[in-house]
Design a protein around this ligand. Structure first.
Ligand code: 5AD
Ligand code: SF4
Length: 396
């Protein structure tokens, strides 16, 4: 989601005469888009901002914009600590980013045209904010309540991205499958996006398990353009911890949904938190066994990080050593499962959507390397000859 927001903000800057560079030395402007979901993320953003002080001094006319969730949380007080900062643009202000630029008086006026997306995936934000209240999470207070974008705008944006060369559309939202509109469900939207000319594949991130229902499954299971992969953050495998996190599901209801998705050919990845304050050794074991049972092909694993103002931040922390040990064990487990998931693809026929001449992704989100070179954005159908760690080799 941050990539998509960065792309959106960058597009407004491109229209004002800037060009993208990866090289800070040749840049005239640094746009720092930030995350605050864990303390570590915010810390890294702020220390980067600290390093930009010297960068700004080195050349006349350089500017710094600090954007996103850390910007939202810390607000104007950032300018006290970092007086050389030119603009602060909180995550909730992204829709007004263009006028923020114009009102700052720092940039020239926008000049026509639409910025071209780079890469084969067109990101389309369909909702922002979150109506849940997970006890560890800062997102609802930073991003605010759910706001769904109108389907007409979403479809127009997706169609435009497909026209400009994105065969894959990725729908985005904090709880993306909470999207709804009078008489229209998230599944309807997925089906409509997939029917747009030029769209080969539709992905979405991040769904909440609460909205993975039999109706949803029935509405998407016969549409092959909807990617056979779902990133479904589960956070924990212990019903007790899930209750204390206020996730709104139990281990059992979660497993039912996981099984239903797997039966329909969906590969699953997830997010997991270790060391939530009340997590016992037995709770952690339940997470390990759920991860094993679900056979996730990938998982992002995080040490619990207390966030100011959240209910869980009042609770007593577990010792850091325990968090580190559990993270280590979980990461090992996840690595083994990822390799097993890749190995299980050998011999299967797959459709690889090429992201570079020799590499692309399957619908179920495995990376595959082809023998021959192909045009980026085309779909290559081939049997899988072998798997090396987390890369499939095609037989094409
Ligand atoms: N500590 C650790 N991880 C967190 N996440 C959200 N809040 C916290 C926190 N306080 C993780 C969740 C979420 C992902 C984006 O970040 O796993 O799915
Ligand atoms: Fe945070 Fe929970 Fe909302 Fe996800 S569903 S953004 S974890 S509050």
């Amino acid at each position: 989601m941050n990539l998509a927001d960065s792309e959106e903000m960058a597009a407004h800057l491109l229209l004002r005469g800037y060009a993208l560079t990866d090289n800070l030395d040749e840049a005239d402007l640094a746009l720092v888009n930030t995350c605050t979901v864990r303390d570590h993320a915010e810390h890294r953003a702020l220390s980067f901002l600290g390093r930009l002080r010297q960068w700004k001094r080195e050349k006349e006319g350089r500017h710094i914009i600090f954007a996103g969730c850390a910007a939202q949380r810390l607000g104007e007080k950032l300018k006290k600590t970092f007086p050389y900062l030119d603009l602060v643009s909180g995550a909730r202000e992204i829709d007004h980013f263009a006028s923020l630029l114009d009102n700052s008086g720092l940039f020239s006026a926008a000049q026509g045209g639409e910025a071209q997306p780079h890469g084969i995936t067109g990101y389309v934000t369909i909702m922002r904010g979150c109506d849940f209240a997970c006890t560890y999470c800062i997102v609802p207070s930073v991003r605010g309540p759910v706001h769904c974008l109108p389907s007409a705008d979403i479809l127009a944006q997706a169609a435009q991205k497909a026209r400009s060369g994105c065969p894959e559309i990725m729908l985005l939202g904090q709880t993306v499958n909470a999207w709804k509109e009078d008489g229209k469900t998230f599944a309807d939207l997925l089906n409509e996006v997939s029917a747009l000319p030029g769209v080969q594949r539709v992905r979405f991130v991040s769904p909440h398990p609460a909205f993975i229902t039999p109706q949803f499954l029935a509405a998407v299971e016969n549409n092959p353009k909807i990617a056979r992969h779902i990133h479904l953050p589960v956070q924990s495998g212990s019903t007790k911890v899930l209750r204390e996190m206020k996730r709104g599901y139990t281990r059992e209801t979660l497993l039912e949904k996981i099984d239903a998705l797997k039966e329909r050919g969906f590969a699953l990845s997830t997010d997991l938190i270790v060391g939530f304050p009340t997590e016992t050794e037995a709770d952690f074991e339940e997470t390990l066994s759920l991860v094993q049972r679900a056979g996730f092909s990938a998982a992002y694993c995080f040490k619990y990080s207390p966030r100011q103002g959240t209910p869980a931040a009042q609770m007593k922390l577990l010792p850091e050593k325990i968090l580190e040990e559990r993270l280590d064990i979980l990461l090992n487990k996840v690595k083994g499962l990822a390799e097993a998931a890749y190995a299980a693809q050998v011999g299967k026929e797959k459709e690889v959507l090429m992201e570079s001449p020799n590499k692309g992704r399957t619908s179920d989100n495995f990376w595959a390397q082809t023998q021959k070179s192909y045009t980026i954005g085309t779909v290559v159908r081939s049997r899988i000859a072998s798997a090396e760690d987390t890369l499939l080799m095609t037989r094409d």
